[in-house]
Design a protein around this ligand. Structure first.
Ligand SMILES: NC(=O)c1ccc[n+]([C@@H]2O[C@H](COP(=O)([O-])OP(=O)(O)OC[C@H]3O[C@@H](n4cnc5c(N)ncnc54)[C@H](O)[C@@H]3O)[C@@H](O)[C@H]2O)c1
Length: 316
């Protein structure tokens, strides 16, 4: 018995990295999997149908069930087609794992409109588009009397939540948007039996992170490898199980550590029964923030800028 027996799962960007590990793990837990991946380069260019097909072959060779789809999540009708692939091939859809991403990293003074839009189109709009078409099916099934647990597992990043990085304006904004949309999804779709959660991987060895110092180091054979992209799969699978009670949550994952985030949390607070003057506000906020007059986030930014100035390069 697998924890995902009977579940039909669509995994976007399931051909490589974290998504590939999720596809293999979900299938090993009994799920029937739609492996979506157009096989594009990191920046979204090109395409290779073999990328999704190879994962499907691997699942089938291990005795599992899977089908490939090569549409882009950034294509509105492509997003509908991948949902329909699940319905046509396996008769239903229980789980969507929104995992696809591209990156186009460049400083804000140089980032082009096209580069910004490309990342948002895949990361943020793509997450919405696939969820939207799945939600239509789920609402229809609920109205027809189905009472089945359905789940969305979104994918965010520390870049956008706890540690945004220079050169990642579009990627960080997309990931923060995905975390926000997770909560809206949980609020809206709960009435149809749909739970919406989010994982936020960190330091997983994929083509996106290979240039990070230390990332290529692997432990001796047989030892747990905390940088392996497979560390995310059991967490995503747990969120996908029919018995999981969680919804609206963002879980950060790093190796064997899983942290339940609290999202934006309120900090220093000032209040006046009336309209503030600029001087009053400067004074009140200064006192509320304490002797440095800086928020914790500003202090972190100061430290990164100092570090960058000392190394003569880009902070971070
Ligand atoms: N690797 C990490 O340490 C890390 C850290 C934080 C967040 N993440 C997140 O994890 C997810 C997976 O990242 P990864 O490191 O495995 O990246 P990856 O580049 O190895 O895999 C991403 C896959 O998405 C596919 N893809 C790209 N555009 C697509 C589109 N339009 N439609 C469908 N598929 C598309 C690519 O072809 C690729 O196979 C991403 O959402 C990323 O933001 C990863």
């Amino acid at each position: 018995m697998g924890s995902l027996d009977g579940r039909v799962v669509l995994i976007t960007g399931g051909g490589r990295g974290i998504g590939r590990e999720e596809a293999l793990f979900f299938a090993s837990e009994g799920a029937r999997v739609v492996v979506n991946d157009p096989g594009v380069a990191v920046d979204g260019t090109g395409g290779d149908a073999d990328v999704a097909a190879a994962v499907v072959e691997e699942i089938i060779a291990r005795g599992g069930q899977a089908v490939a789809n090569t549409d882009s999540v950034a294509d509105w009708h492509g997003a509908r087609r991948m949902v329909n692939t699940a319905l046509r091939t396996f008769g239903d859809l229980h789980v969507v794992v929104n995992n696809a991403t591209v990156e186009r990293n460049r400083g804000m003074a140089d980032l082009t409109e096209e580069e910004f839009d490309d990342v948002i189109a895949v990361k943020l709009k793509g997450t919405f588009a696939v969820t939207r078409w799945a939600a239509r099916h789920w609402r229809e099934r609920f109205e027809a009397g189905d009472r089945v647990d359905r789940a969305v597992v979104n994918t965010s990043s520390g870049s956008g939540l706890l540690n945004p990085l220079p050169t990642q304006a579009s990627y960080a904004a997309g990931n923060a948007g995905v975390a926000a949309m997770t909560i809206v999804g949980a609020l809206e779709l709960g009435r149809y039996g749909v739970r919406v959660n989010c994982v936020s991987p960190s330091m997983a060895r994929t083509r996106l992170t290979l240039q990070v110092p230390g990332m290529r180091e692997e432990p001796p054979a047989g030892r747990f490898d905390p940088l392996h992209p497979s560390t995310n799969a059991p967490v995503a699978a747990y969120l996908a199980t029919a018995a999981c009670p969680l919804t609206g949550q963002v879980l950060s994952i790093r190796g064997g550590s899983v942290t339940v985030n609290h999202g934006w949390s309120p900090g220093a607070h000032v209040h006046k029964d009336g309209l503030w003057t600029v001087d009053e506000l400067a004074d009140a906020l200064g006192r509320a923030l304490g002797p440095t007059g800086r928020t914790q986030l500003q202090q972190m930014i100061d430290a990164l800028l100092d570090q960058g100035a000392r190394s003569g390069g880009t902070p971070g």
